[in-house]
Design a protein around this ligand. Structure first.
Ligand code: 13P
Ligand code: SF4
Length: 329
């Protein structure tokens, strides 16, 4: 073995060896060192860090781009970096891998998944197609690559209405989110056939939550994500994707808002419009999968170029068609 073959531990690895807890982070100085190492590795790997609006604050703070599903898909498709570190859940990293197959796509928290994406299978899409042969299949981006491959077109929460209305079909099978499907049905003359999936975080808001929040903050406007149930949508002043919520609040004259989406979004709101009073509709609206990423995992992903997300080309090719059609709308 030559001397050049021996890789010296990074500065952060040296610190971690000396500590005893699993995270290896004891002090602010350790965190600062870790951030420094992430920046150094990012440069060395020619990498970009993408983070969803629900990610922990510390992860959002080291990201190059923080955004909603559509913004992050566009960033993944257009970056000239060799490595994409996707701080989010599995379907998001899969979408990046489908759009940029020549790049190394890393998902630092390998077990971060979206339970709603697991609520529809390819077999179920095939059954729906057989039952309604004249209908187009629109799949929410919160689906597996295999389900995307069986769909005509993909959509996100920020373009679902436009995507459905762009199709010539009069009947639409919409999978898997029944709440988003019902929201879209309000803005189209087409028949929308919803699958019975739902987001375990947004579907838990109740009218009692709304009444309680309005009692506590009577002047605040209610702004919610379209994954919420219809009665919450009815009670809201505005419905938007996660980035839509941020842009609406930051450009509004209103001083206060009640936010009906995952609590991680409050970090970006506090940074980008600190003068606004932003109150979560429920402090229990936490997506545990989105919280599985941390700085240590981001560091380790960059160091070892693992865990890597790849999609077999026979599935990726078909899924890419559905995503590209969406991006063209
Ligand atoms: P956005 O595309 O609005 O960021 O939503 C993603 C998501 O998973 C919401 O729960
Ligand atoms: Fe999936 Fe809901 Fe988490 Fe979004 S908030 S990633 S839809 S479980």
């Amino acid at each position: 073995m030559r001397l050049n073959d021996i890789r010296l531990p990074t500065l952060f690895e040296q610190v971690r060896v000396k500590t005893t807890d699993d995270m290896g982070l004891k002090t602010m100085a350790d965190t600062a060192l870790l951030v420094q190492e992430i920046r150094r590795l990012k440069k060395e790997r020619h990498a970009i860090i993408l983070a969803h609006n629900y990610q922990p604050g510390e992860v959002q703070d080291i990201a190059d781009i923080v955004g909603d599903s559509l913004e992050l898909s566009r960033a993944a498709a257009s970056t000239d970096c060799d490595v994409i570190v996707f701080c989010g859940v599995d379907f998001m990293a899969e979408t990046a891998a489908i759009l940029s197959p020549e790049k190394t796509v890393l998902l630092p928290a390998t077990d971060a998944c979206c339970p709603m994406a697991g609520m529809i299978t390819t077999e179920e899409v095939t059954l729906m197609r057989k039952r309604y042969p004249d209908a187009a299949v629109v799949c929410y981006v919160n689906t597996s690559a295999a389900v995307k491959a069986e769909s005509d077109i993909c959509c996100t929460s920020s373009n679902a209405v436009e995507v459905v209305n762009s199709l010539p079909h009069t009947r639409i099978i919409f999978v898997p989110d029944q709440n988003l499907a019902q929201y879209v049905a309000r803005f189209t003359s087409k028949e929308v056939l919803p699958w019975q999936g739902y987001c375990i975080v947004h579907d838990q808001y109740t009218l009692e939550d709304v009444l309680e929040a309005k009692r506590r903050f009577p002047e605040a406007k209610l702004i919610v994500h379209p994954e919420c149930r219809p009665e919450i949508i009815d009670a809201a002043d505005k419905v938007a994707s996660t980035s839509g919520i941020i842009h609406t609040i930051c450009s509004s004259e209103e001083p206060g808002f009640i936010i009906g989406t995952e609590v991680g979004i409050i970090h970006r709101l506090n940074k980008e419009c600190p003068e606004k009073q932003c109150h979560p509709l429920s402090v229990h609206a936490v997506c545990r999968n989105m919280k599985k990423t941390d700085l240590v995992k981001v560091h380790d992903a960059l160091l070892h170029l693992r865990p890597r997300i790849t999609v077999p080309e026979d599935i990726a090719g078909k899924a890419r068609r559905a995503i590209d059609r969406m991006l063209a709308v």
